[in-house]
Ligand binder design. Structure first.
Ligand SMILES: NC(=O)c1ccc[n+]([C@@H]2O[C@H](COP(=O)([O-])OP(=O)(O)OC[C@H]3O[C@@H](n4cnc5c(N)ncnc54)[C@H](OP(=O)(O)O)[C@@H]3O)[C@@H](O)[C@H]2O)c1
Length: 298
């Protein structure tokens, strides 16, 4: 019988990390979960990834076949006022992970963002980086460190990531009450490629199963759409109806950070789903999860 690999997941309590850990666990992998805080119920070991020595000793002791980094400082607004923390989590910590993985001769998988680029359309070979805010700059610095470190590194860039149990745009559109007098107002001049954590996890699985070589990958929906268009898709996918009107960013209170409108072009994966196809999968997965929960609690 084939022995499944042992994978060490940092950020295992986060949106992507918790989905990915449970996905690999169900597939029979031995998953070691870590995040900033201990969570004994979930089997999560508390480690602060910004502590170089502790991090490296932990990886060494666990002796995994793969290290996957889903941990990040993701509060884009707050990163403006505490950039040093964003840099230590998003740049220094992945550097330590890449270094120890190289030393142990194991592959390292890191997750990055469309925000390393400014406005436009970018494939995996694009080097016209233009991070527009502190979060984005810290993420790009993390990529640079990993690229310079060498070793068997995978960088998966994704965009507008969503998944179960997280506060995100889908929940905002789904849960915010709207009337004809007070419709939902969603911007048309911010564009991206919304991506379900399930899609990204399956692409990461290709790396874990050695189906793809180390390198840079763009894992996101095949189409770029505005927040407004995505909002309409979110409602349609769930059979919901509510009044929504398109607005421009200038019509809403100003946000503390600038985010790009861009499209990550993927030239490596085949048959990439559209944003709507990913949403349908998400909605169906959520339904199964809810059914399982009510079945168990009957
Ligand atoms: N969400 C998006 O729209 C999006 C888009 C593109 C790319 N990405 C990238 O995708 C990856 C996953 O994002 P996500 O949305 O799943 O993030 P998330 O939900 O914020 O999860 C990140 C996890 O990392 C933990 N963490 C933060 N600082 C840490 C530290 N010093 N030591 C150990 N753990 C620490 C966080 O703990 P706390 O919550 O307690 O801080 C959290 O559990 C990230 O690399 C992100 O940059 C996300």
């Amino acid at each position: 019988m084939e022995t499944k690999k042992k994978i060490l997941v940092f950020g295992a309590s986060g949106m992507l990390g918790s989905f990915l850990s449970s996905y690999f666990g169900k597939k029979g992998y031995k998953v070691i979960k870590s995040d900033i805080f201990d969570n004994q119920q979930q089997g999560v070991v508390g480690k602060d990834i910004t502590n170089e020595k502790e991090l490296k000793v932990f990886v060494y002791e666990q002796n995994p076949d793969f290290v996957i980094n889903c941990a990040a400082y993701t509060n884009v607004n707050k990163a403006e006022s505490e950039p040093e923390i964003a840099y230590s989590v998003n740049a220094e910590a992945p550097k330590y992970m890449a270094e120890i993985s190289k030393e142990l001769r194991i592959p390292f998988i890191h997750v990055s963002t469309n925000e390393v680029f400014g406005d436009g359309v970018f494939d995996e070979n694009s080097r016209e980086f233009n991070p527009l805010n502190q979060y984005a700059k810290s993420k790009r610095r993390g990529e640079e460190y990993i690229e310079n470190c060498g070793g068997a590194n995978y960088i998966f860039r994704t965009s507008w990531l969503y998944g179960p149990g997280a506060k995100n745009f889908i929940r905002f559109v789904t849960e915010t009450e709207a009337t004809e007098e007070k419709p939902l107002r969603i911007v048309v001049d911010e564009k991206g490629c919304p991506t379900y954590v399930g899609y990204l996890t399956e692409r990461i699985e290709e790396a874990v199963e050695s189906k793809i070589e180390p390198g840079i990958y763009h894992a996101c929906s095949s189409d770029m759409l505005s927040r407004y268009e995505f909002g309409l898709e979110i409602l349609k996918a769930q059979g919901l109806e509510k009044p929504v009107v398109p607005v421009e960013k200038k019509d809403l209170p100003p946000r503390p950070v600038v985010s790009p409108s861009n499209q990550l072009i993927n030239t490596k994966f085949e048959k990439v789903p559209t944003s709507y196809e990913m949403l349908e999968e998400y909605v169906s997965d959520i339904r199964i999860e809810k059914d399982d929960y009510s079945e168990k609690n009957r």
